[in-house]
Design a protein. Sequence first.
Length: 339
Amino acid sequence: MRMNHTFPDETPNSTTGSRLMRAAVVTGPGEIAIKQVPIPEPGEGQVRVRVLGCGVCASNLGPWAGPEWMQFPTKPGDLGHEGWGVVDAVGPGVTNVEEGDPVATLFYNSYAEYDVGPAESVLKLPASLADTPFPGEPLACAMNIFRRSGIEAGQHVAIIGAGFLGALLTRLASLAGAHVIAISRRPYSLEIAHAMGAEHTVQLNNNYEVFQKVSDITGGRMCERVIEATGKQGPLDLAGDLTAEYSRLIIAGYHQDGPRTVNMQQWNWRGLDVINAHERDPAIYMRGLREAIEAVEKGRLDITALLTNTYPLEDLAAALNQTRDRPDGFVKAMVMASR
């Protein structure tokens, strides 16, 4: 999801004078420059936030690789959409936040020291979270995916992919009383999933072995809910295999690298409900963000152990490469924008 707002050219203007900020610009495939650009001025109904940090999303990896549809250079700060910070200025008509408020944002140019966006895309953080890294957008995604999954107590729920999103969904499903089966290629991810409440962890070596293990766990009934959270063809195939009849298959992975094939005969025969759990309505996104803030504040979600790697803005390239390569011990990278 992208919300439209303008970002100034890389020259001082009459509203910002000579006040400059640092912002990351992707200049080509795998290449980043840190530029000095004017600090944006909030317009009617907009908020300017001094960005403290921004999470690095796996959806950045497609543009980072330089596909044919990507245009370089990017706008300053572009691709950064998991920001949090402090309200620095508000435009006319803004009443929901004021200067100095700690906030999570759903802005889209937050690989920079400042970002501007609609006031309705900002939520104030409670005092208890004011000094806590809070990548709100993926947390909101997790809450929205969980809502659309319709998970109930007693169900067997397979979650394929145990990265940041999969770990959050594991925690939410286990709190709902489901029997969670976490599936991942990486042993470290399975350790995280176990800590987040998974009853069973299964290493993804090949689909047939995983199918057999899940069949054993469920007594041959398979799973009432299967969440695919990788965005890859193989795990999508596996997701269909793990479903029970009249179950629900939830596609949470971001499939951005081309068309997919599905076993439609299988999906038809089992009478599956297939949910593409990607939201585009800003109001739904904000509802998910409110729920995420409440869940973290009340301790239902503890994201501390999931925020594993921290980089300064100048090392955004390294953060993106680590997100791509996922070395042992890695779950989520954050870029700290303010010095």
